[in-house]
Design a protein around this ligand. Structure first.
Ligand code: FA5
Length: 346
């Protein structure tokens, strides 16, 4: 074999040995054995040699070609093997390591209280109805006997969506929607979000109410008292005192605010000698909801005959009840989503 061939052999085999990736091997293969590869060109050049030198040179070139090919294949095999080993090493899983625990979710305190409220009314035979959060003026006010420009509209600071549409300020419009669609007897509760331009420690711009109403022949205030007293004693305790104070709502007559005995001081108004209760401000009572007998005007709006049917209605704030149940003194805690707060429930 002539010297230049020997040198080429040495150089190529060295470079094969030093290759460390499949790409390098492929590049070398092209550079030496490809269509324009060094060895290929030499093989083509055989034709220019004198006839007597050709067989010998041809043999040597072909042998070198075989050797280079064998070395390339061999090195490629080793590289592939090594990269497989490396991958296995990197992906090694230690099955004895402790796993990552899934954190279990839990219900929001408002959901817990809402579920409890629904459960008690469900037990008394009430069904559940829902209505739209964006309500028209007619259902939110007008048909509830709150005419345009009437001062009673100031009782609820309203978010207007357009001239005629509002974010509902209470769940009472669903009374109207239900009565428009159906005939008595009705025994319905309406849980849902409501919105008012209010924002402090006890008032939130979005909060939840549960409306309830019952309409049939000869429904009386005594029925209202019975239902609400049973409900409040289930939610708080069997001994909880309940009282009804005269009040005013345009859609009920007579109307009442319902109070329960303070859950903190037990109705005494003082927590320790000489120290008055902060929660009920020393009165021993806490206002919990509005209620009353459905006004005959409201029945006329939904085409019921007030001579034939009567009914009661009530509406309570869910946050208010949750705050009293869990002794929470700031309504904003419900909506800040601080996990330290939320983890205490459920
Ligand atoms: C009403 O909304 C009447 N629709 C309730 C009603 C229904 C009366 C049926 C008669 C018959 P009021 O504005 O008082 O009433 O609200 C009811 C309850 O919602 C309040 O007792 C209070 O617990 C809660 N509430 C009112 N405003 C807020 C607020 N901004 N944030 C949290 N709770 C509130």
């Amino acid at each position: 074999m002539n010297e230049s061939l020997e040198a080429l052999r040495g150089e190529v085999l060295d470079r094969i040995q030093q290759s460390n990736s499949e790409m390098e091997i492929e590049q070398l293969r092209v550079e030496v054995l490809g269509r324009k590869g060094k060895l290929t060109l030499l093989l083509r050049g055989l034709a220019d040699l004198p006839a007597e030198e050709r067989p010998q040179a041809g043999q040597e070139l072909n042998q070198l070609r075989r050797v280079v090919k064998e070395h390339l294949d061999e090195r490629l095999k080793v590289i592939k093997e090594q990269s497989k080993e490396r991958a296995l090493e990197e992906e090694k899983i230690d099955i004895t390591l402790p796993g990552t625990r899934w954190e279990r979710g839990r219900a929001h305190p408002l959901t817990l209280v809402l579920d409890e409220i629904i459960d008690v009314f469900w037990g008394m035979g009430f069904e559940i109805a829902r209505g739209p959060d964006i309500e028209d003026d007619y259902h939110n006010f007008e048909a509830l006997n709150i005419p345009k420009d009437h001062p009673a509209r100031d009782m609820q600071d309203t978010f207007f969506v357009s001239n005629d549409r509002v974010l509902r300020t209470h769940t009472s419009p669903v009374q109207i929607r239900t009565m428009e669609a159906r005939k008595p007897p009705l025994q319905v509760i309406v849980p849902g979000a409501v919105y008012r331009h209010d924002d402090d420690a006890t008032h939130s711009p979005m909060f939840h109410q549960v409306e309830g109403f019952m309409v049939d022949r000869q429904i009386s205030f005594a029925d209202l008292r019975g239902v609400l007293t049973h409900f409040l004693r289930q939610i708080f305790s069997a001994e909880t005192g309940v009282r009804f104070r005269p009040s005013f709502f345009p859609f009920t007559e007579p109307s009442a605010e319902v109070d329960i005995q303070c859950v903190i001081c037990g109705g005494k108004g003082v927590v320790s000698e000489g120290q008055s209760c902060r929660i009920c401000k020393g009165t021993g009572w806490l206002e919990i909801m509005g209620a009353g007998m459905i006004d005959p005007e409201v029945f006329r709006f939904v085409k019921y005959d007030p001579e034939k049917v009567s009914g009661f209605a009530f509406g309570m704030g869910v946050e208010r009840i949750a705050m009293l149940k869990y002794s929470i003194d700031d309504i904003r805690l419900f909506f800040q989503n601080d996990l330290r707060f939320l983890r205490q429930f459920g």
